[in-house]
Design a protein around this ligand. Structure first.
Ligand SMILES: *[C@@H]1O[C@H](CO)[C@@H](O)[C@H](O)[C@H]1NC(C)=O
Ligand SMILES: *[C@@H]1O[C@H](CO)[C@@H](O)[C@H](O)[C@H]1NC(C)=O
Ligand SMILES: *[C@@H]1O[C@H](CO)[C@@H](O)[C@H](O)[C@H]1NC(C)=O
Ligand SMILES: *[C@@H]1O[C@H](CO)[C@@H](O)[C@H](O)[C@H]1NC(C)=O
Length: 403
């Protein structure tokens, strides 16, 4: 109950509180949040096997709308959620594409990137997480949203479509579950990459060793059935409305080996995001302060800024926390890994089952155009890790409040 005010104001407040449903009915339904639950195409996994598929033209909200959230989980044929220790969800990505209406082949699509920062074809997705999906909030507060389906933006002759990439590893019966989830090349008996090319020198693990249809080593004699799985995803959105403020999506990558380049019109930045990296164990690297933490920092230049509305990091098992700072040390957002400690779905012991999120008070944190930010990524280095990631998603608004 509210105790906001005195006298008639208080009565007015109570009256309004009581009549909100009626008021909404009167105003119409244009701002109502809509929810849809969809299934990805079916994929099949046997013990130790890997699926990394790209599905073009998935089910998705249509029309000129603002997305409010995207969540998902892997389920089996009977609709039961599957725990991470059976099917490890390495990652899923949802990307926006414009498809030529007269040809229906994926390589003619225009990939509609988010606002940055990586180079072409890298981390251009609108949404994407991994094992932490079940307990990571992706909700965008009012009055903001991610604008899609604006007919004025879609080029003539093209249609807006959505692409889903799911990378999942079945670790039932494997000899080394963590080694399989970290894509150790020796466990997959992989010596060439997906395209038959050589692996980079010294490469011990990562996506180049657990591509589609690779097989992780099973325990001697283990037999298990192949099963059919789906990514079940829930999308929330609202219809387009003049009062909703669009957000830009930035994905910062800790491995971004960017450099300044000069072009005909002046200085520019060339990004080189490699997405994955390894964490050496402290026994090899020497222990910095007795805690076995691999802590590294990277400076990045934000081409455009705005008001920070939401932030979240993506880390793999071993991840502790990732923090985005201003150059003067002020924290913009800090996102830490939440580990499971049980058997039930969403709380699987040892896995990163969630990442904490930031919802700064709108208007309170503004990034300037061209501002340099510091991305810090902390991983436990008690053990060796391959193919880990430290990404940072930022949703940023040009305006803090509706005019
Ligand atoms: C779409 O594809 C057709 C066939 O390849 C091509 O002729 C046409 O120019 C394409 N449309 C656009 C707008 O690029
Ligand atoms: C590993 O791969 C090599 C060649 O690619 C093959 O000869 C060997 O049998 C494989 N080992 C296992 C255990 O699958
Ligand atoms: C050169 O850099 C500027 C500044 O970032 C950019 O706006 C422009 O598109 C670049 N020009 C070329 C030809 O790449
Ligand atoms: C990351 O680790 C370093 C080194 O242990 C520590 O100084 C720093 O405070 C950590 N960052 C956060 C946000 O906890």
């Amino acid at each position: 109950m509210m105790y906001c005010c005195h006298g008639w104001l208080r009565w007015l407040a109570i009256l309004l509180a009581l009549s909100i449903p009626q008021l909404q009915a009167f105003l119409g339904k244009e701002n109502e949040i809509k929810t849809a639950v969809f299934l990805s195409p079916k994929f099949e996994l046997g013990p130790g096997s890997v699926e990394n598929k790209y599905y073009y033209d998935i089910d998705f909200p249509r029309g000129h709308v603002f997305l409010k959230s995207f969540n998902g989980e892997v389920i089996d044929d009977a609709g039961n959620p599957v725990p991470l220790y059976e099917t490890y969800l390495h990652h899923w990505l949802v990307a926006r594409i414009y498809q030529n209406k007269s040809v229906n082949i994926p390589n003619q699509d225009i990939f509609v990137r988010n606002s940055g920062l990586c180079q072409y074809n890298f981390l251009g997705q609108y949404f994407g997480l991994g094992s932490e999906t079940r307990k990571t909030s992706t909700y965008i507060p009012d009055p903001y949203g991610i604008e899609i389906g604006n007919p004025k933006e879609i080029p003539e002759g093209f249609e807006e479509k959505w692409m889903l990439n799911v990378h999942a590893i079945d670790t039932r019966g494997v000899e080394d579950r963590w080694g399989c989830t970290e894509c150790r090349c020796n466990l997959y008996n992989v010596t060439v990459d997906e395209f038959g090319g050589p692996l980079p020198p010294g490469y011990r693990g990562g996506l180049d060793c657990c591509y589609d249809h690779t097989q992780c080593k099973l325990r001697q004699g283990f037999k298990g059935a192949k099963r059919s799985l789906y990514l079940r995803y829930t999308v929330k959105w609202v219809d387009w409305d003049i009062h909703i403020l669009p957000l830009k999506i930035y994905i910062l990558d800790f491995t971004d080996n960017w450099k300044r380049i000069s072009n005909s019109t002046g200085l520019d930045v060339e990004h080189d995001c490699r997405i994955e990296y390894d964490v050496e164990p402290c026994s090899v690297n020497g222990d910095v302060d007795g805690k076995c933490v691999d802590s590294k920092k990277l400076s990045l230049i934000m081409p455009y800024g705005g008001y920070v509305i939401y932030g979240v990091a993506h880390q793999h098992a071993g991840g502790i926390i990732s923090t985005l700072y201003r150059e003067d040390g002020q924290v913009i957002c800090s996102s830490n890994a939440l580990y499971g400690d049980g058997e039930e779905v969403g709380n699987e012991a040892g896995y990163v089952v969630g990442m904490s999120t930031c919802y700064p008070k709108p208007g309170s944190i503004k990034i300037a155009n061209g501002e340099t930010l510091i991305l810090e990524a902390n991983y436990s280095s008690t053990q060796f890790h391959t193919g880990v990631m430290s990404l940072f998603y930022l949703l940023v608004a040009d305006q803090a409040e509706a005019l």
